[in-house]
Design a protein around this ligand. Structure first.
Ligand code: AMP
Length: 507
């Protein structure tokens, strides 16, 4: 189906043609006509499916009629992270070249003054993270009673990050008669409840199973010990052995490990930048831009900071830690293998990770092959002497699977990444004793010997003055710092539980 069948305006169709898109993606083909018909839409789709254009393109068409008034935005898009919000602005810039619309980005970590000035000029599209939006509202700088269309994007991530109470507050401030578009990659019960509450007779549009991983991604588990230094050494060895590595994102579960690993990689001559939620906005943008432009080959990141980022050509994803939540695995490895390109995703796994790995394999509906030996090869230092043991976790299923595939190597030779051929199927121990026979690829590409500006120790986050931003920061920090995201209600505590109770004495 061509874009011209969807009911989009001429201006938007021209911009789409300029962007080089020939056909709408499934979520676009399904959602756009309903948005244009002013229906509420419940979109179940991950990033990478073209979902941003599924709402920006029809919004641009609808906004061609009407005019913005000072401090009263016409449309509001809520995003969980600053990076995602900035990405939506880029979409409006790209597709809105033929429009004269005012687009404002309201995110934490940058000055209020510029944002105030933008709001004062009148805003057609306001793209915001919840905390900073509430701050502006509380300062009396913003009225949401003119919002005709509300987009809540990445709703399940909002839940993970503890934003749901903020979202509920914001939704109460926009008119009941608004049109609402609600997007989420997954639909846990809490998100279903919110969708029921916020949407009126919505059109449900679902594209890909949230658990599915792209077939263009080669996934491998890499057995490692659980100590930090052993994992870092294993990772370095892995990167050095990857002849086809152009760039890679390395995910850690905890923010402090992001900073530590990035510094360690730089000290070993790799070209790496860090991206996590405690960095100020300037440092985050610098790191991200350097990675996007190819100036930095490796980006060490936390889940929250990297969620949904649109970086089209990432050749490798490395999970330095196995994610605690299986859905995060799907999101992480989805950073590679995009738009039909091939990609490789390695997950470092120690004996302690068996349970999390099991949950991931159940979710994605397939086992992930081991790269060069399963956990039995790391459970005992004498593994190379022929005394192979089962992993400490006692996970017999994995050991048995690997043994069946033959000698601890479960990946068929033809199916192995190129680097393995170079290594000759070395066990992790042998590979480590090679001690970096191969120079880090990054070095050969003119990597730095001293940390670059964006790879220096990171400044503390600038504190926000507003209450809402503080609350948001606290929640985000708690979730990321612990490496745990809350499940169930998350940080949301129903109001009735917070009401003071007077204890009556029994008579
Ligand atoms: P998103 O899911 O919104 O993050 O989009 C993922 C990527 O798909 C972005 O790089 C978009 O530029 C790209 N994209 C969006 N729509 C189309 C389309 N119809 N054809 C080709 N690429 C697209």
């Amino acid at each position: 189906m061509p874009f011209s069948d969807l009911g989009l305006s001429e201006k938007v169709l021209n911009a789409v043609a300029t962007a080089g898109y020939t056909e709408p993606t499934p979520i676009q083909a399904e959602a756009i006509p309903h948005v244009l018909a002013r229906r509420d839409v419940l979109g179940i789709a991950q990033t990478g499916t073209g979902k941003t254009a599924a709402f920006t393109l029809p919004m641009l068409t609808l906004l061609e009629n009407g005019r913005a008034r000072a401090r009263m935005p016409r449309t509001l898009i809520l995003e969980p992270t600053r990076e995602l919000a900035a990405q939506v602005v880029e979409n409006f810039d790209r597709y809105g070249t033929n429009h004269k619309l005012n687009v404002a980005l309201i995110i934490g970590g940058v000055s209020f003054a510029d944002q105030d000035a933008k709001l004062m000029r009148g805003t057609d599209v306001l793209i915001a993270t919840p905390g900073r939006l509430l701050d502006h509202f509380e300062r009396g700088k913003l009225l949401l009673t003119g919002v005709e269309l509300l987009v809540i994007d990445e709703a399940d991530r909002m839940l993970d990050m503890g934003f749901i109470p903020d979202i509920e507050r914001i939704v109460k401030m926009v008119p009941f008669t608004r049109q609402t578009l609600f997007f989420s990659a997954t639909m846990p019960p809490e998100i279903e409840r919110l969708a029921d509450m916020f949407l009126h007779n919505p059109q449900r549009v679902e594209v890909a199973r949230p658990a599915s991983t792209a077939t263009t991604i080669t996934q491998r588990l890499v057995a490692t010990g659980s100590e930090g230094h052993a994992k870092r050494e294993r990772l370095r060895d892995l990167i050095r052995g990857e002849a086809e590595l152009k760039n890679g994102i390395i995910f850690c579960n905890r923010k402090r490990d992001v900073a530590l690993l990035q510094k360690s990689l730089v000290s070993h001559g790799f070209d790496a930048a860090a991206l996590h939620g405690d960095m100020d906005q300037r440092a985050r943008t610098t790191a991200l831009d350097a990675f996007r432009n190819g100036e930095t080959a490796l980006l060490v990141a936390s889940d929250v900071a990297a969620r949904g980022l649109d970086i089209p050509a990432v050749s490798h994803v490395f999970n330095f830690d196995v994610p605690h939540h299986p859905e995060d695995y799907v999101h992480r490895i989805g950073r590679t293998g995009r738009a039909g390109r091939s990609g490789t995703a390695y997950t470092l796994a120690s004996p302690e990770d068996s349970r999390s790995l099991g949950a991931i394999e159940v979710l994605i509906g397939q086992p992930i092959p081991w790269f060069d030996g399963d956990l039995s090869s790391v459970a005992d230092p004498s593994a190379d002497t022929g005394t192979r043991h089962r992993g400490r976790s006692g996970d017999t299923r994995r050991g048995a699977r690997s043994a069946k595939a033959g000698g601890g190597t479960s990946v068929p030779a033809a199916d192995r990444p190129k680097a393995r051929g170079a290594r000759g199927g070395a066990s992790p121990q042998r590979a480590e004793t090679r001690g970096g026979a191969a120079a880090p690829r990054a070095e050969t590409r003119g990597a730095v010997s001293a940390p670059r500006a964006e790879t220096r120790p990171l400044p503390e986050p600038r504190r926000e003055s507003g209450r809402a931003e503080r609350v948001r920061d606290e929640r985000g920090r708690r979730n990321e710092a612990d490496g745990e995201t809350p499940i169930g209600l998350g940080a949301h505590v129903p109001a009735f539980l917070l009401r003071p109770v007077s204890a009556k004495k029994d008579k």
